[in-house]
Design a protein around this ligand. Structure first.
Ligand SMILES: Nc1ncnc2c1ncn2[C@@H]1O[C@H](COP(=O)(O)OP(=O)(O)OP(=O)(O)O)[C@@H](O)[C@H]1O
Ligand SMILES: [Zn+2]
Length: 464
């Protein structure tokens, strides 16, 4: 079977045919490093880590680029509020993203370009756009002339009359639908020299410049969260096509992690950070949970679903470990046909996971019936399948998640739950003062309490 992928641009599932046989170039829009990562950010990383692992399994040499946006309004504002240099703010949060990806076994990209490292390429890009009549300069800003690009709107389906870029008006913009390629310098803001004066990059231009610098003017797959379809990816396409580049051949978009149906996002404030999650479950269990839905579906966060997923993972883990203890070391074997068919069908992870669980059931039956060789073969296959999903229970990556941390977290959970029970009893008795006292004391000790439909939940406060 061949791999087929849902391409947002053509709105259909298409057989995947790489531009150059045997190699695949993938570009994923990475983080704007303005704060600590939340589970939504990492879901995007995980979804396309599975794509990468599957392509590699299928024999392709995959070049996987995930960028870092290290200059942006939010980074400047937050660094300023904290009284810290913007570059320190960006670097600190870049490290937080790197450790979150590492903790969850997201493979490091082939390259991780930072926007500030590609200013020369951005200037060249703008020169090409200006020369070809698609961009103009006004007061040191450079804008893209949307009406000059006949296929504008093709990715998102936006009609030209409905285009709102969601950016400030900008001095000298000829048409409100035009978008900013480059922002003129403001006093006290970082800036870089260009032929049109000092300034700093616009977000959309960065990604076109980084993607084409590393993967060439035409490459295979461009990925990102579905929030990026418009305007970010629409504008990347406009710039790139206007510059004469073929750009991405397939556009893949992941659904969100949501809370009460809304996108988990820093600006809405409904975020769960990775360290907070790792006080509840092990990293491999969190990875299993975040990778469990189809990449295009929404994943509504709930603590109940998280624990259910963790229990699902433990069923796989306990089978593989029992075989390792009772029979022999379990090698990494090969995936079974159901699993392969599921992933070939637009990365159908839920069906692929069902194939894993069917295999586990079959393996457990074999083990109980004393058929050690069959159990061993099934366990080897389970290792192969889970390693594509990044959750092989015997992957040495997980060996480092120290047991002592688990024990400490477990002990803390018992103590905090006792406090939360006291608070629940006080609330039931309408003794609000006593209930608030518990909450305040936990807050002072660095513990956040959130009331959810599953009851009160706790997490250690994270710095932001
Ligand atoms: N809740 C979410 N669920 C799934 N993917 C997400 C979520 N939030 C962000 N992403 C994806 O993570 C990647 C990096 O996102 P980016 O740094 O631009 O964050 P963002 O969308 O501005 O969110 P926030 O405001 O919370 O930081 C993008 O591909 C984005 O689409
Ligand atoms: Zn991007």
């Amino acid at each position: 079977m061949t791999l087929s992928l849902y391409d947002t641009a053509s709105r259909e599932v298409r057989d995947f045919v790489p531009l150059r046989p045997g190699t695949v170039g993938v570009y994923l829009c990475g983080a704007t490093v303005q704060g600590v990562p939340h589970i939504g950010h990492v879901r995007s990383g995980i979804a396309f880590d599975v794509l990468r692992r599957w392509l590699t399994h299928r024999g392709y040499d995959v070049l996987f680029i995930r960028n870092i946006t290290d200059i942006d309004d939010k980074i400047l504002r937050k660094a300023d509020e904290a009284g810290r240099p913007w570059w320190e703010w960006a670097t600190t949060h870049e490290r937080a993203f790197t450790s979150a990806y590492d903790a969850l076994n997201v493979l490091p990209p082939s390259a991780e370009p930072r926007a500030t490292g590609y200013v020369t390429q951005m200037v060249e890009y703008m020169e090409r756009l200006i020369d070809r009549g698609h961009a103009y300069v006004a007061d040191g800003n450079v804008y893209f002339d949307v009406m000059s690009q006949p296929d504008y709107g093709s990715l998102s389906g936006h009609k030209l009359d409905d285009v709102h870029q969601g950016e400030s008006a900008g001095t000298g913009k000829r048409d409100p639908r035009d978008f900013t390629l480059w922002k003129a310098a403001k006093p006290d803001e970082p800036s870089w020299p260009t032929p049109w004066g000092h300034g700093r990059p616009g977000w959309h231009l960065e990604c076109s410049a980084m993607a084409t610098s590393l993967l060439g003017p035409e490459f295979d797959i461009h990925c990102g969260g579905m929030d990026l379809v418009f305007p970010h990816h629409e504008n990347e396409i406009a710039q790139s096509h206007a510059a004469g580049d073929g750009f991405a051949q397939y556009w893949l978009h992941n659904g969100w992690v949501t809370m009460s149906g809304e996108k988990m996002s820093k600006s809405l404030g409904n975020v769960v950070s990775i360290p907070a999650m790792l006080t509840k479950v092990r990293p491999v269990e969190l990875r299993y949970y975040l990778g469990s839905a189809h990449y295009r579906s929404m994943l509504e966060y709930s603590e109940g679903a998280l624990h259910e997923a963790a229990a699902g993972f433990r069923r796989i883990e306990s089978f593989v470990k029992r075989v390792a203890e009772r029979v022999a070391d379990v090698p990494v074997g090969d995936v079974n046909d159901d699993f392969a068919a599921a992933l070939d069908d637009d990365l159908g992870v839920p069906a692929a996971m069902a194939a894993v669980h069917n295999a586990v059931r079959e393996g457990n039956t074999a083990l109980e019936a004393g058929d050690a060789q069959k159990a061993l073969a099934v366990a080897a296959s389970v290792r192969a399948m889970t390693s594509i999903l990044g959750t092989d229970p015997l992957d040495e990556h997980w060996a480092s998640s120290a047991d002592s941390d688990d024990a400490a977290t477990g002990a803390l959970d018992v103590l905090i739950r006792a406090e939360l029970d006291r608070r629940a009893a006080a609330r039931a008795a309408k003794d609000w003062a006593a209930a608030d006292e518990v909450r305040d004391r936990l807050a002072a000790a660095g513990v956040d309490v959130t009331d959810t439909p599953d009851g009160a939940q706790w997490a250690l406060k994270t710095k932001d």
